[in-house]
Structure formats: structure tokens, C-alpha cells
Design a protein around this ligand. Structure first.
Ligand SMILES: *Cc1c(COP(=O)(O)O)cnc(C)c1O
Length: 395
């Protein structure tokens, strides 16, 4: 058995999305900017896709800009709000300590340009409150950017309340909704969201395509300069197949959200209950307000990397927060932000499931993970020190 439990990294494309894409390769291959009939047919399909994406978010079609994915949408949203703020003498931005790097690295770039960034503490309940946002807002705040839901630990932020705080203070509000779109109900108007990013490959759409919602009249700056596509705000010939695939996938996800997420939530709760029985482990992320497909644990006395390799050998494709990228052994900034110490953060495991998973697969995970954790602990010098009392348990 092979179980794919890494849906927060990317998802398998759906049949619906694939079928929406194929005609764009074979028949509607025109450039939407061309004036002839083949171009204009493509243009119609493009605008139809825009309308569909907008309907899923509760906004107007002209408020949707297609991008190359979530990262580009995050960059454009934040840079736009920053430039607009700077013109009015406002150079303070509020965000959280557990944002995706697409947000954090953009903020770091702005800091080098003289912006001041406040990152809200996420240790309490592995989440933030709207009150924290309220208390951090200053006269010179030009943007609040808080993710809708965290990709590593699954916490869902109080978006509607944050939106209200921002509206009352007259501060633009951006949310990176890459993990939420297609999984949670979004209504940008009711939630007072000014800017929102999403990415198709996180909801069974194709990779390399996403969207930025920007409230009508919001002054966007270009990240990609060139032609006049996307109302002059994002140059480059539109990736019509991907855009059609994204619209179909989002529509499908939203139409079946309640049923799919109900099933996914039940599988998630079964995993959390089963894995909690492993000694000296702890759940990461908000216990109540949690993405339907997210399971994230820290296990004391093991290394996340070895856990992943052994799990893969036993047919479970998962992820760890402690990716030792380019030789550095830094654990995930998200796990450190919620207050995990380095040793504990290194023993992390994220299982992210979707409606494509089955109950049998959950049973397989529940058999294999405790075995592999025990196997690794038996070989671990750290675990031996914990057992003999030379080192104290944290979890
Ligand atoms: C995946 C992800 C992104 C990046 O999206 P891409 O389309 O891969 O660029 C941004 N934010 C969050 C929360 C994500 O999970």
C-alpha cells in the first residue's frame, strides 16, 4: 500500500480539472490578446474562468488577477500595499511569526528598504487573536498580512474578526489563503478582506497557477512587467489551460466542500486520536480551529528526516517541519514560532490528507507510525539519555 499524506505540499490533479484543461491545448490554443476568432474564443474562456473563481470567493470577476501561483500573489499583494503605504508616509506592517516564506521573505526585503515589521506571537494556542492585531496597529500601519490557515500545523486564524479590526482602523488586510481555498468557506466581502492569495495545486488543480483577489480600486503594482494582460497588472500571455483547470478545481472543491471536508475531518480526528497514544508526543497547531486535513505532531527523541525515510519505505508519503535544506539543520520557523525547542522541533511529522484518502489508508498509517517511532527511539542516543534520566523529557 502507498499512502499519499502530503497534500499540504501539493495535491494530485482532479479528473475535472484535467478535463477542463485538455480543450485549451487542442482547440482553444489562441492567445486571448489576439483579435481573430481563435484568440477571442480563448479570451471568452479566460473571462469565464475569472467569473467562476470570483463566484467561489464572493467577489467580482474584475477583482481577480491570475498569477503563477501563491508565491507570486503573496509578493504582489504585499509589495502593492507597501508601495501605497510608503506614498502616504506609512511604513509599518503587521504579520505573524508563522507565515509562509513567500510572505516572510517579502517582508524581510521590505525591512531592508526601511519598513518596520511586527510579527505577532503565535505561542498562545498556536494561533493569534484579533485583539493582538488590534493592539499592534499604529498610526503608520500600512498593511496587516495574516495567513488564513497555517500550512505546517493547520491552525485556522480568526480571519473575519481580523478583517473587522482592520476595517475599523482603515488598514488594508491581506490573507494568504493558499491552504484555505477549496477547503474552507471564503467570503472576501463578509470577511472584510482587501487582498487574498490562492494557489490551484493545493486544491487538486494544476501547478504553476494561482490568483490574487484585490478589492476594486486597490492600487496594485506589477511584479511582472510587460504586456497589458490582467488589466495591466500582470504581464505575460495567460496560461489558459492552467487557469481553466484552476477554475474547474475550485468550483468542484467549493460545490462538494461540506461532504468532502466532513470525511477528511473524520479521518484527521482518527489519526490524531490514534497517534496521541504514542508516549512523549504532542500535537502542533490549534486543537479546535484546525484545517480538516492537517495532522502535525512532535515526537521526542527522534529526527524527523529519518522518520520520513522509514515511513516512505513502508508506503507512507508524509512531511516533516524540519527539512534540513541546503545542509543547514535549522528546524522549521513555524515550530520554533509556536515555542517548540530545537530538539523537539526536529522530531516533527506532518500528515496532510485529502478526500482522495481512504479509511484503510488511515489504518495503515496508524499501524506504521507507532512502529517506526519506536524503531527510531530504540536506536537513538537521545532517547537512551531520556530513559536513563540523564536528560529530562520535555513532552
Ligand atoms: C504552498 C503555499 C504557498 C506557495 O504557493 P505556490 O503556488 O506553490 O507558489 C504559499 N503559502 C502557503 C500557505 C502555502 O501553503
Amino acid at each position: 500500500m502507498q499512502v499519499y499524506a502530503d497534500n499540504a505540499a501539493t495535491t494530485q490533479i482532479s479528473r475535472v480539472a484535467l478535463e477542463a484543461m485538455m480543450p485549451c491545448f487542442e482547440t482553444y490554443y489562441g492567445n486571448p490578446s489576439s483579435l481573430h476568432s481563435i484568440g477571442q474564443e480563448a479570451k471568452e474562456l479566460l473571462e469565464d474562468a475569472r467569473q467562476r473563481v470570483a463566484a467561489c470567493l464572493g467577489c467580482e470577476a474584475r477583482e481577480i488577477y491570475f498569477t503563477s501561483g501563491g508565491s507570486e500573489a503573496d509578493n504582489q499583494a504585499i509589495l502593492s500595499a507597501a508601495r501605497y503605504g510608503a506614498r502616504r508616509g506609512k511604513k509599518h506592517i503587521i504579520s505573524t511569526a508563522f507565515e509562509h516564506h513567500a510572505v516572510l521573505h517579502t517582508l524581510q526585503k521590505l525591512e531592508k528598504e526601511g519598513f518596520e515589521v511586527t510579527l505577532l506571537d503565535v505561542r498562545q494556542g498556536h494561533n493569534i487573536t484579533a485583539q493582538q492585531v488590534h493592539d499592534a496597529i499604529r498610526e503608520d500601519t500600512c498593511l496587516v498580512t495574516c495567513m488564513y490557515a497555517n500550512n505546517e500545523i493547520g491552525s485556522i486564524l480568526p480571519i473575519a474578526q481580523i478583517g473587522e479590526v482592520c476595517k475599523d482602523a482603515g488598514v488594508p488586510f491581506h490573507t494568504d489563503a493558499v491552504q484555505a481555498a477549496g477547503h474552507l468557506h471564503i467570503d472576501v466581502k463578509a470577511q472584510n478582506i482587501d487582498l487574498l492569495s490562492l494557489s490551484a495545486h493545493k486544491f487538486h488543480g494544476p501547478k504553476g497557477v494561482g490568483a490574487l483577489y484585490a478589492r476594486r480600486g486597490f492600487p496594485l503594482v506589477n511584479v511582472i512587467d510587460g504586456g497589458a494582460q490582467e488589466r495591466g497588472k500582470r504581464a505575460g500571455t495567460e496560461n489558459l489551460p492552467a487557469i481553466r483547470g484552476m477554475a474547474a478545481a475550485l468550483e468542484d472543491a467549493c460545490a462538494n466542500m461540506e461532504e468532502n471536508m466532513g470525511r477528511v475531518r473524520a479521518m484527521r480526528d482518527k489519526l490524531i486520536a490514534g497517534l496521541s497514544r504514542i508516549p512523549h508526543c504532542d500535537l502542533n497547531g490549534d486543537r479546535e480551529n484546525r484545517l480538516p486535513g492537517n495532522v502535525s505532531f512532535c515526537f521526542e527523541g527522534i529526527e524527523g528526516e529519518s522518520l520520513l525515510l522509514l515511513l516512505d519505505m513502508k508506503g507512507v508519503c508524509a512531511s516533516s517541519g524540519s527539512a534540513c535544506t541546503s545542509g543547514s539543520l535549522d528546524p522549521s520557523h513555524v515550530l520554533l514560532a509556536i515555542g517548540r525547542v530545537h530538539d523537539v522541533a526536529h522530531g516533527s511529522l506532518r500528515l496532510s490528507i485529502s478526500e482522495y484518502n481512504t479509511d484503510e489508508e488511515m489504518d495503515h498509517i496508524l499501524t506504521v507510525v507507532p512502529q517506526v517511532v519506536q524503531q527510531l527511539r530504540n536506536m537513538s542516543p537521545v532517547w537512551r539519555d531520556l530513559q536513563t534520566g540523564k536528560r529530562e523529557f520535555i513532552l
